[in-house]
Every structure is written in structure tokens, then in C-alpha cells.
Design a protein around this ligand. Structure first.
Ligand code: PEP
Ligand code: MN
Length: 363
């Protein structure tokens, strides 16, 4: 796949591409006031959700197609291209009929290849740029698959939007950034523009600036940030929206680390590699934590059923299997030996604590 650079989308766009506007179009007044504010900022594209996918029914589900002219007219008034989310062929048709300049596919749609294919089919022969948000789950292949479905229908003006991934584990983020995933996307498709959506990653205002800066440091091509003239009463995503004035400050405070150092290209690469290491170590420790909780569960079971902690056969089996597994992964024998023994020691310590709580044995 070879993608059309942002600069060649014929809208005068250039990186860093800032996209701003409300989560949802709510009324003509809210759109006029918000976008008049955003128009004073270095924001190149206006956004608004028209049809809103919500977690549960009977909440605000977007104003529907009557919001399209509110968005388009503001774009024309302030001389900005506009973008809206489409989730099916009917949305595509309505958005195109109203002159929406750029379409985007939401995270809840990208997960579904049927839906993406239906959108791609509706776009056959149409030269409109499409931005594809990552699927809600951390599945890079599914994200790339959605992009391919569009590409095969002749859409080459494509950008990816990184909006984080949902997770059961408690986290300060609404959607965990899992930066290693967009970084891997960049490695595989270096010419695909990638925009970060800090609003849906953070879910709250106080984290937006740090995530935006991080995206810039990781060489993203732009940011999409939700802005509302009166965020506290927004009908959707109130906690994460900011006023145009606050958005202005956020953008003005971004440090653009452009190629100035000795070898800027290699620094970016180094930063990306370190980012991946941090993320992997985090996952590794998370998995280790889960493993230890399982050991404790086993300990509770053994206690209840009077099973001894150490069963030599099982331990030998684990030891041999893990050694083989590790060396097959290219890990050194000494390292594996130390690692398995440490793992086993910690498991036994935890089980012992459960089985003989009075002793509080530390060994
Ligand atoms: C949005 O951008 O308003 C939106 C619904 O985002 P996402 O698809 O990332 O949840
Ligand atoms: Mn939103």
C-alpha cells in the first residue's frame, strides 16, 4: 500500500495536523460558538460527531443528519475542511451529500470487518480522505485490515487515528495508549499519517497535555482534540472536552522537538524503541502479577484439600518445560535457570503464607 501524503490531500494541510471541535454537534448555537473559538487557533480541520455510538441506549445518540450543515457551514465560514464519523453506508451517503471533506471511522466500527467493508463498498469510486481509528481492542492486524479494505476500493488518502484501547485493568486512562501498537504501525507503514486522539485516550482533561506532548515526541503527524464552548454541560464526553481557549493554551505549550539535534532521526528511533521496552516491561510485570495471584489461588486450594505445597513431579515438569521454552526463545540457559528458580521461590513463598498464615514465613 502506498498512501497519499497529507500535503497532497488538496486541502492545504500540513503536519502537525491539529483537528478540533466538539465530541458531538448538539445545536447550531453550540457549533457556531465552539467553532468560532477553535477558528482562532492553529487548528486546520473542524470535527464533530453527528451519529454517536454510545455504550447504552436511551442516552444522547447524536443529532443525526441535521447536524451536517451546522458543521459544513462553519467550515465554509472559517475556511476549514470538516470531518465527521461514519459508521455505515447511509452515513457515508449523507456526509458526502453535505460536502463533508474528510470522513472518519470510529473505534467501535473498525472492530467489525462487515461494517468496514460496507463503508468501503459505499466509497468505491469516491475520492474522499478517510481516517481510521484503531479498533477498541489492541489488535493491530484488525486496524490494518480496515485500512486495507478502504485502500482496495481506491481510497489512498488515509490516516490512522490512535485513540487508545479499552482494558479491564484499572488505569488512569479511559483507553490505554499502548504506544507500541501505533509505533509498530508506523514501522510497517512509514508513509501512513498517524494522528493521536488524546481526548479518547485520557477521558479527562488533566491528562490531555501530557499525552499530546508524548504523541508529538513520538513523531505523530497530528492531534485530534475535542473542544466545546461549555464542556461541563456537553451532551457527550463532558469530562474530556475543553474550551477553545484551553485548547489554544494546550497547543501553544506543545514543545515541537523538530530535527535540531546531532542526529534527530536516530533519536526519534531510540525514543520509540525505549517506549516499546517500557511498555513490554510493564506488560511483563502485569503478567507476573497475574501469575502470582494464580499461585495463591492454588495455595488456597491446596490448603483446603490438604495437598502439600511442593510436588516434585510437577516441579520437574515445569522446570524442564520452561527451560526448553525459554531457550527456544533465544534466552540464555543461565538466565532461564535464575528466572525459573526466582519464579518458583516467590510462588512457594506466597503459597506458604496462605497455607500457614501464622508463620508469616518469608522463605
Ligand atoms: C469520537 O471521536 O467522538 C468517538 C466516538 O471516538 P471513538 O470512536 O474513538 O470512541
Ligand atoms: Mn467523544
Amino acid at each position: 500500500m502506498q498512501f497519499t501524503p497529507l500535503e497532497e490531500w488538496d486541502m492545504g494541510l500540513k503536519a502537525p495536523l491539529f483537528i478540533g471541535g466538539p465530541c458531538s454537534a448538539e445545536s447550531p448555537e453550540q457549533m457556531d460558538e465552539t467553532l468560532a473559538g477553535v477558528a482562532n487557533l492553529p487548528v486546520q480541520v473542524f470535527r464533530a460527531g453527528i451519529w454517536k455510538p454510545r455504550t447504552r441506549p436511551n442516552a444522547f445518540e447524536g443529532v443525526g443528519k441535521k447536524g451536517l450543515p451546522w458543521l459544513k457551514e462553519n467550515g465554509q465560514k472559517h475556511n476549514r475542511p470538516v470531518t465527521a464519523e461514519v459508521a455505515n453506508a447511509r452515513h457515508v451517503e449523507e456526509a458526502l451529500r453535505h460536502g463533508i471533506d474528510i470522513l472518519w471511522i470510529g473505534a467501535r466500527t473498525t472492530v467489525n470487518p462487515f461494517a468496514v467493508q460496507a463503508i468501503a463498498d459505499a466509497l468505491e469510486g469516491v475520492d474522499v480522505p478517510v481516517m481510521v481509528k484503531n479498533p477498541v481492542n489492541p489488535d493491530l492486524a484488525l486496524w490494518i485490515g480496515a485500512i486495507e479494505r478502504l485502500f482496495h476500493k481506491g481510497i489512498h488518502k488515509i490516516a490512522a487515528i490512535h485513540r487508545g484501547f479499552s482494558s479491564y485493568a484499572p488505569s488512569k486512562y479511559r483507553n490505554n495508549p499502548r504506544w507500541e501498537i501505533p509505533i509498530e504501525l508506523r514501522r510497517r507503514h512509514p508513509d501512513l499519517p498517524i494522528i493521536c486522539d488524546p481526548s479518547h485516550i485520557c477521558g479527562r482533561r488533566d491528562l490531555l497535555a501530557a499525552v499530546s506532548q508524548k504523541a508529538m515526541d513520538l513523531d505523530f503527524d497530528g492531534l485530534m482534540i475535542e473542544s466545546h464552548c461549555n464542556p461541563d454541560v456537553a451532551l457527550s464526553d463532558a469530562k474530556q472536552q475543553i474550551t477553545p481557549a484551553v485548547l489554544g493554551t494546550l497547543l501553544a505549550n506543545l514543545v515541537m522537538r523538530t530535527p535540531e539535534g546531532d542526529n534527530p532521526a536516530s533519536m526519534t528511533q531510540l525514543e520509540q524503541l525505549r517506549e516499546m521496552i517500557d511498555e513490554l516491561d510493564h506488560e511483563l510485570l502485569e503478567v507476573l502479577g497475574k501469575r502470582m495471584s494464580l499461585s495463591q489461588e492454588i495455595g488456597a486450594f491446596k490448603r483446603q484439600n490438604n495437598v502439600s505445597i511442593l510436588q516434585t513431579m510437577r516441579w520437574n515438569e515445569i522446570f524442564n518445560q520452561r527451560m526448553e521454552n525459554g531457550t527456544n526463545q533465544g534466552l540464555g540457559e543461565d538466565f532461564m535457570l535464575t528466572f525459573i528458580q526466582a519464579l518458583h521461590k516467590e510462588s512457594i513463598r506466597r503459597q506458604a503464607m496462605i497455607m500457614n498464615p501464622d508463620e508469616r514465613s518469608n522463605e
